[in-house]
Design a protein around this ligand. Structure first.
Ligand code: HPA
Length: 328
């Protein structure tokens, strides 16, 4: 059990790369949350793979409507981008590993920048539905972690989480958002297991905890991605005010509707940011990228000692990059 996630990650990374013959070096991976689509981000689609084709992913239907559970490789402004459409949630009952495995596979395949989108409930009285919040921190109230059992995803069994959300990605995204007329807030996300929405008392506790928004995902993915050395940004859309703030209680339909309505503007901002990334030469060099999946592959078979970290070519700080050192 302890080594299961790392072995699955290596095999899933191999399956992901193998499914896309045109794969070169995606500049980023975007994982979409409830109600979100990547519409407006890509100029071209190069292929799709259902998550269920990745070793270790459960095949059942997604419990929240609006989650496709597919990986899609595409091109945005001349750069490859991997889109993970939808996610498994802890409340589906499969445990934490299927929640993080598609993202771990993407990072294992060499993608080192992660953008997570998610629908959230707003805890602050003055933050209305439709407000975009760039996360600066999180509070994990899920009662679990993908790192339980020391799965060896990264070099340390006790990865630091002070830098979970990348200031560099956050600043880059916020600048790009301004270019398309979006002014996000900065905030702290509290993850509750769900699938029920919070009670008013739980919302009050979240407020006292210092949370600005509430959701049922993001945190497991961010923990796993940081443990693997990737840079993470999370973009949370307030789809409803949390319980106790409105006469009408929050509903899943509100969440889907707000996601559909605002997703395109967020994708436009992301597109501007990814364009700037592909212009500044911070992409992994082809050689480093070529080492990524084969390193993952070989460690999946014989060479990785039990409990050792996967070495990710483009997700570790010692990767040669084309023009300058990989940003931290
Ligand atoms: N609570 C938790 N998760 C959510 C909410 C909420 O109010 N809205 C969207 N996701």
């Amino acid at each position: 059990m302890p080594d299961e996630l790392v072995e699955l990650t290596c095999r899933a990374a191999e399956a992901l790369r193998g499914a896309f013959p045109d794969w070169t070096a995606p500049v980023a991976v975007l994982q979409t949350g409830t109600g979100f689509t990547a519409e407006g981000l890509l100029d071209e689609e190069l292929g799709r793979l259902p998550y269920s084709a990745l070793p270790g992913m459960p095949g059942g239907a997604p419990s929240p409507a609006g989650h496709r559970l597919e990986a899609m490789l595409g091109v945005s402004e001349g750069s490859q981008v991997l889109v993970l459409e939808g996610r498994r949630h802890l409340y589906e009952g499969y445990g934490p590993h299927p929640c993080v495995l598609p993202l771990c596979a993407a990072i294992g395949a060499g993608v080192s920048r992660v953008f997570l989108t998610s629908a959230v409930g707003g805890v602050r009285e003055d933050w209305q539905p439709g407000t975009l919040v760039v996360l600066t921190d999180h509070i994990n109230c899920l009662g679990t972690s993908p790192l339980i059992g020391n799965p060896g995803l990264g070099p340390s069994p006790f990865p630091e989480m002070q830098t979970t959300y990348s200031q560099e990605l956050n600043a880059g995204f916020i600048n790009a958002a301004a270019e398309v007329g979006l002014i996000p807030r900065l905030g702290v996300y509290q993850a509750n297991v769900g699938p029920q929405f919070e009670t008013p008392a739980e919302v009050e506790i979240a407020q006292r905890n210092g949370a600005d928004v509430l959701g049922m995902s993001v945190v497991l993915e961010a923990i796993a991605a940081r443990a693997m050395g990737a840079q993470v940004a999370a973009l949370a859309l307030i789809t409803n005010k949390a319980a106790g703030y409105m006469v009408r209680p929050p509903s899943h339909e509100d969440v889907l509707e707000a996601g559909r309505f605002c997703s395109r503007a967020i994708m436009r901002a992301l597109r501007v940011y990814l364009r700037s990334l592909s212009c500044d030469g911070i992409r992994p060099c082809p050689k480093a990228d070529a080492q990524g999946p084969s390193a993952a592959t070989s460690s999946a078979t014989t060479t990785r000692p039990r409990g050792a970290a996967i070495r990710l070519a483009s997700a570790t700080s010692d990767v040669p990059c084309r023009n300058k050192e990989r940003p931290r």
